[in-house]
Design a protein around this ligand. Structure first.
Ligand code: SAM
Length: 184
């Protein structure tokens, strides 16, 4: 079985958007407890999967984990050191909910921006980014910025996440520029 219901969302996103292929190198941000990691590792087979979270992730065969905060630059550096380049960056990061939507939503956009910045540094040309974000303010600007660097961006909501109606996933396919070299 899967560690979280979230696993079904990644399965649906992959079926809709063809995100994960055998041999891919995948970075999963906000990966705890590890449902997406399980789905990703099944689908990439001999590929590489690295999961990052503030929380400790229980070990999972064939998956590397990093305990770190994606709002801290050092964590991004650690990912680059471990994997160099990635074919796919996934982010299911969500802030701790305060219950005040405008605050939670602003934090969600901030986390999504961190995922986008990470993708810009590590994606191989043609690579893909999937990022969860809560609908609202600044989402259009984020999407516009992503559109400048990918062949196309789609906003989607998998059936498995319909209950949490405010969350959507931005699917950015076909990264257009070479990754920025670490430390330069
Ligand atoms: N995709 C996961 C799964 O399939 O099991 C579920 C992810 S859960 C919805 C969101 C995760 O984002 C939480 O585990 C949380 O700790 C993580 N998170 C939130 N802020 C973060 C940050 N700044 N850096 C790293 N992870 C973060």
């Amino acid at each position: 079985g899967y560690r979280s219901r979230a696993a079904y969302k990644l399965q649906q996103l992959d079926e809709m958007e063809d995100l994960l292929s055998h041999g891919d190198r995948v970075v999963d941000l906000g990966a705890a407890p590890g449902g997406w990691l399980q789905v990703a590792s099944e689908r990439v087979g001999t590929g590489t999967v690295i999961g990052v979270d503030l929380q400790r992730i229980d070990s999972l065969e064939g998956v590397e984990t990093i305990k770190g905060d994606m709002t801290d630059e050092g964590t991004r550096g650690e990912i680059i050191e471990r994997i160099g380049e990635a074919d796919t960056v996934l982010s299911d990061m969500a802030p701790n909910m305060t219950g005040e939507y405008s605050l939670d939503q602003a934090r969600s956009v901030h986390l999504a921006r961190q995922a986008f910045e990470t993708a810009r540094e590590i994606l191989t040309p043609g690579g893909d980014l999937v990022v969860k974000v809560f609908e609202g303010r600044d989402l259009d600007a984020l999407r516009d910025d992503m559109e400048a660097e990918f062949e196309y961006v789609r906003t989607t909501s998998p059936a498995a996440s319909r209950e949490e109606s405010s969350e959507v996933y931005l699917i950015a396919k076909g990264f257009l520029t070479a990754p920025v070299e670490a430390g330069q």
